[in-house]
Design a binder for this molecule. Structure first.
Ligand code: PRP
Length: 173
């Protein structure tokens, strides 16, 4: 365990098992269809690539990068790298690492919905419900977590710790 980590919330094995569960559900529910996985940079990349490898369906992967205007941006979000693929008429599954207030996702879903996909759902690895301000329907959730600052498996603190193989809570300073 890294020195700066106070406790491990989910270890590699737990993450692997949960990702496999989610992939099984997705494979079943989208049977006979072709999926577009939209991974939101940068945090969701680890989760999205692991998940994609376990989904037994034809799929494509695309990436969207956004920046929000500071801490209290309240959903003022800007796309800094758009999708390559035209999603009109397609089954789109947005992959996120964590949902807090819901502002980012609300903006993303509104933007993506305006491009007329056939379906549009969300798969989030972590749901930190205590911070939610906007209610959003999340079709797939990996784990619900308490109101703690977490890092690892894609999640960062000042761009560090994304490559930890587990999800842990950082020690306070
Ligand atoms: C995280 C996460 C969501 C957003 C959720 O991204 O990936 O996009 O915050 O917060 P919200 O529900 O309060 O809107 P972050 O800004 O940490 O960027 P990163 O993925 O590059 O680490």
């Amino acid at each position: 365990m890294a020195d700066e980590v106070l406790e491990i919330l989910f270890d590699e094995q737990q993450i692997r098992a949960r990702v496999a569960d989610l992939a099984r559900e997705i494979t079943k529910e989208y049977a006979g269809r072709r999926l577009v996985l939209v991974s939101i940079l940068r945090g969701s990349v680890f989760f999205a690539t692991d998940l994609a490898r376990q989904i037994e369906l034809p799929l494509s992967m695309d990436f969207l990068s956004i920046s929000s205007y500071g801490e209290d941006s309240e959903g003022v979000v800007r796309i800094t790298k758009d999708l390559e693929e035209n999603i009109a008429g397609k089954d789109v599954l947005v992959i996120e690492d964590i949902i807090d207030t819901g502002f980012t996702l609300k903006y993303l879903l509104r933007t993506l919905a305006s491009r007329n996909p056939k379906s549009l759902e969300v798969c989030a690895l972590l749901d930190r419900r205590a911070r939610r301000i906007i209610e959003i329907e999340l079709k797939y959730i990996g784990f619900e977590i308490p109101d703690k600052f977490v890092v690892g498996y894609g999640l960062d603190y000042r761009q560090r710790y994304r490559n930890l193989p587990y999800i842990g809570v950082l020690k306070p300073d």
